[in-house]
Design a binder for this molecule. Structure first.
Ligand code: GDP
Length: 173
């Protein structure tokens, strides 16, 4: 008999150009392309098996450039099980905007008390990083969020990011 599939909604938020589309492309297709900044897909569906062999179907939403105008709507967030908040390690402002803007917006619109939040410091291949790892980690600890650094370009940390998030979501359900 087919194993039952758990469906989860994951949303990506964060400033423009931090690498949200690139992270999703790397995760869904294992590739990196120099994407024009405004071209984003709406969503991608990825099916995983978790550690206990359960099938998990992730629908991962990308902002498709709308974050530039701060016009993400409540429906973008509605029902999200996981919120990935991305900053770039070469852009300190993109980290501070997580605290001052993205977290507040997500908490306002994610109508799911069990949602899991994860802060992702992307572009970790760029060194020296303008944002030290400890700074991202501290913010995540304060917010009760998970934390990881990734490089969509090199592929580092990307599948770990989604796998950890999914594991925590399944635990908290
Ligand atoms: P978005 O606007 O947040 O969706 O960001 P994009 O995915 O469009 O990426 C913005 C720019 O950053 C593009 O030029 C990407 O090629 C580049 N980029 C994305 N991820 C990485 C990364 O991990 N390392 C480096 N060096 N560049 C990246």
């Amino acid at each position: 008999m087919e194993k039952p599939t758990t469906g989860l909604k994951i949303v990506l938020v964060g400033d423009s150009a931090v690498g949200k589309s690139s992270l999703l492309l790397r995760f869904a297709e294992g590739t990196f392309a120099d994407l024009p900044a405004t071209v984003g897909v709406d969503f991608r569906v990825v099916t995983l098996e978790d550690v206990r062999g359960r099938r998990v179907k992730l629908t991962c939403w990308d902002t498709a450039g709308q974050e530039k105008f701060r016009t993400l709507t409540s429906s973008y967030y509605r029902g999200a099980n996981g919120v990935i908040m991305v900053y770039s390690v070469d852009d300190p402002r993109s980290l501070s905007h997580i605290e001052s803007a993205w977290l507040e917006e997500a908490r306002k619109f994610v109508n799911n008390a069990n949602a899991v939040y994860m802060i992702v410091g992307n572009k970790a291949d760029l060194s020296p990083a303008a944002v030290p790892t400890a700074q991202g980690r501290r913010l995540a600890e304060r917010m009760g969020a998970l934390f990881i650094e990734t490089s969509a370009k090199a592929g580092a940390g990307v599948s770990e990011c989604f796998i950890e998030l999914v594991a925590r979501i399944l635990e908290s359900q």
